[in-house]
Every structure is written in C-alpha cells, then in structure tokens.
Ligand binder design. Structure first.
Ligand code: NAD
Ligand code: MG
Length: 394
C-alpha cells in the first residue's frame, strides 16, 4: 500500500490522478491533498479518499474548507500556508508525492519531497525548469525516485533502457525527439494571430488541460519548457533534443539510438496513462484509458515547427544554452505574461515579446541557491508586469 500526497489535487492532473487512484484502493491511500481554489471540489475529494490532511493557501480558505469537509461528514484536518504544503510533501508517512501545482509556486513543496527521498511524480515542469541543477542535486542527495508525468518525458523514460543514468553516450542515445501537437493555431495563417482571445488559445485540439499550460501549448512555450525539462531529467544537451510537430498526439515522444533505431511510446492522449505508469512503476495497472485504435486514426503526420508561428520555442533553447538563472527568468516572465493575457491585459502575440525582453534584461541571472532563484523569479515577474503596464498605457 502506497501512501500518497497530491499537490494541486483540484487541477486537471490532480483530478486525473485521483481517478486512477480510485480504481486501485488496494494499492494506494491518500495521505494529503492540496488546492488553492475550488474548495468545494477539494472537500469532496477529502471525503471520498478519507485524506488525513488538506492544505490551502490561507486561514480564510482553511476555515471555509473545514466547514465544507464537516458537511461531508469527513474528518480531514485542514492546514494552510507554504510551510504546511512542504510538510505534507516530506512527512515520513508519505511514500509518493504527485507534484501537480502549476508554476513556480510548486517549487518549494516539490523540492521538499525530493530532499525527503520520496517517489516524486513530476508534473510541475516549471519547478524543474526554474531550478534544474539544484533540483537534480536535491533528488540525488535525498535518494528520491523522480518519475516524469509530462507525457513526452514519460514516453522518453519508457523508451530508455531501465538502467539509464543521465548519460546518453553510455546508453548509445543519439537524440531525443519530443513531439508537439502544434496546439490550436497550427493551421492558422501567422498573419491572423494578432487578435487571439484567451478562450481560443485554451481550446486545445487534443488535450484537456489547465489554462496556463493550454496557452503555453498554443505559443509552444510548453514545448520549450519541455526541452529544458528533458535536458535535466535525462542529461541530454540541447543539440541532441529535437522537436517535431505531430498533430495526432499519438506518439508521445521518441528516443533515437546510435544504431539508427528509434523507440517510441504510443497511446491515446489521456494523462491517466503516464500517471498510472509513474504510480505503479515498474508494475503496470489499469488507467481507465481506452485502447489505441490505430486503424481509426489512419495516419500519423510529422513536420518541423515554424519559428515564426512559435517564437517561444527558440527562446527556450536560448535560455537553456545561456544556463544559470536564465531559464528561471524565462519561466517567470512567461508566467506573468500568460497571466496578463488570460486576464485580458496583454495581446497574444506580445507574450513572446515580453519573455524575450525580460530575458535580455536579466541575461546574467544566477542560480546559486533557491533564495537567489526566487529573487530572480520575482525580478523577472516585476519587469514583465512593467512591460504589460506600459503596453496598456500606450
Ligand atoms: P491546473 O491549473 O488545472 O491545476 C493547478 C493546481 O495547482 C490546482 O489544484 C490549483 O489549485 C493549484 N495551484 C495553482 N496555483 C497555486 C499556488 N499559487 N499555490 C498552491 N497551489 C496552486 O493545472 P494542470 O493542467 O493540472 O497542470 C499542473 C501542472 O502539470 C503544470 O505544471 C503543468 O505544466 C503540468 N502538466 C499538465 C498537463 C495536463 O494535461 N494538464 C500535462 C503535462 C504537464
Ligand atoms: Mg507535455
């Protein structure tokens, strides 16, 4: 029986995780759940899974949640704040932590899980992008097992040899090929992208996801974050990581070997597959996902990503090559820009411009400690907000 904490239980990944967990009450029990909003949903989850603890942002939310939980007749203890979020990730009673908070906000508790040597199921790619070297050092020092939830990285993990240890040359790995759906605007003429609305950007053709990652998929910043994520997870340099647009999202990614073999993982685009894989690894369990019907899909297409349509992708390669604190700058600027776009304060096409301009301003950002990274993150957000405010004023 594995005892599980789900950080970000109310989100898209959190809900899919609990769907898989509910299918296997003999294998998993819920220790703690966290969520920032959607307290009704969180209360129902606490009751359904008899969670010992729930963690929310602040005291007011905690009081509200405690009341809702009581209405369900459940006995979950409600805590709040960043220290408690880390506490439910590192508690000695916990075996595995699903890191599914969106954005840099997930860094501290995910790091706490790594330091405490947990099985870390990593969906929160922003945490790894922001702190790559420090995060991987924490995994190593804590003796944690890091399992990727991002479908691409989960696919790569499955296509690598079981003995793989972040050394592509030793394993005969020539290249990692990350597939990208191309998002909702892959077929739109680039000259028509100016007036895109938040709802249009969030209407992903293949996946149902949270709003931030949906916008990232439209701009392809998501794939940029994933290139950086792949670098840290698998120890592969940027020139050996390629992106290929594959509109059906059936091949979730590939590994090319020195002998010319290319190994791929295929499946329906349903996050419950990588979630179930990581939960049960090295076993295999039912995820509730329908079988892949290749004849119904008929054909698989591949094309190169167009940098004019997706300017965020080259920015991410540049951030990875620059190293140190620059990926953290890029991530924070992007989070602020996407937030401004989603709330109607920034034009779609300006997202990449904000990121590029903030990266240029903070090109020598450092990554010596988590505190330094958090201050880099705050500085990049402030510059991005300034950019947005001056664009609004113009
Ligand atoms: P979501 O917006 O649906 O859910 C986010 C969760 O984090 C919610 O529970 C929310 O309450 C919580 N949260 C948000 N801000 C918070 C804060 N400041 N402090 C504490 N909690 C906070 O997002 P999602 O789509 O589930 O994505 C979660 C993570 O998984 C992201 O990093 C995303 O990139 C990654 N991911 C998602 C998918 C997907 O299919 N949804 C696929 C691959 C990777
Ligand atoms: Mg992905």
């Amino acid at each position: 029986m594995q005892s599980l904490t789900v950080l970000g239980a109310t989100g898209s990944i959190g809900v899919s995780t609990l769907d898989v967990v509910a299918r296997h009450p003999d294998r998993y029990r819920i220790f703690a759940l966290s969520g920032k909003t959607q307290l009704e949903r969180l209360a129902a989850q606490c009751a359904q899974f008899s969670a010992q603890y729930a963690v929310v942002d602040d005291a007011a939310a905690a009081t509200c949640l405690q009341g809702l939980i009581a209405e369900h007749g459940a006995r979950t203890e409600v805590l709040h704040g960043a220290d408690q979020l880390a506490a439910i990730a590192e508690d000695p009673e916990v075996d595995a932590v699903m890191a599914a908070i969106v954005g840099a906000a997930g860094l501290r508790p995910t790091l706490a899980a790594a330091r405490a040597g947990k099985r870390v199921l990593l969906a929160n790619k922003e945490a790894l992008v922001m702190s790559g070297a420090l995060f991987m050092a924490a995994v190593e020092a804590g003796g944690a097992t890091l399992l990727p939830i991002d479908s691409e990285h989960n696919a790569v993990f499955q296509a690598l040899p079981p003995t793989y240890r972040r050394d592509p040359a030793a394993a005969g790995v020539r290249r990692i090929l990350l597939t990208a759906s191309g998002g909702p605007f892959r077929d739109r003429h680039v000259d028509t992208l100016a007036g895109i609305s938040p709802d249009e950007a969030c209407a992903h053709p293949n996946w149902v996801m949270g709003r931030k990652i949906s916008v990232d998929s439209a701009t392809m910043m998501n794939k940029g974050l994933e290139v950086i994520e792949a670098h840290w997870l698998f120890g592969v340099p940027p020139e050996q990581i390629d992106v290929v647009v594959h509109r059906q999202s059936v091949i979730h990614s590939m590994v090319e070997y020195a002998d010319g073999s290319v190994l791929a993982q295929l499946g329906n685009p349903d996050m419950r597959t990588p979630i179930a894989h990581a939960l049960a690894f090295p076993d295999r369990i039912n995820a509730g996902v329908s079988p892949l019907d290749l004849c119904a899909i008929g054909q698989l297409d591949f094309e190169k990503p167009d940098p004019r349509r997706f300017p965020c992708l080259p920015l991410a390669y540049a951030a990875l090559r620059a190293g140190r604190g620059v990926p953290a700058v890029m991530n924070a600027a992007n989070e602020a820009a996407v937030d401004a776009f989603l709330s109607g304060r920034l034009a779609y096409l300006a997202i990449a411009r904000v990121v590029e301009s903030v990266m240029a301003r903070l090109a020598s950002a450092g990554d010596g400690s988590i505190e330094e990274l958090e201050s880099v993150d705050a500085e990049a957000r402030a510059l991005a907000c300034e950019w947005v405010a001056s664009a609004e004023a113009a």
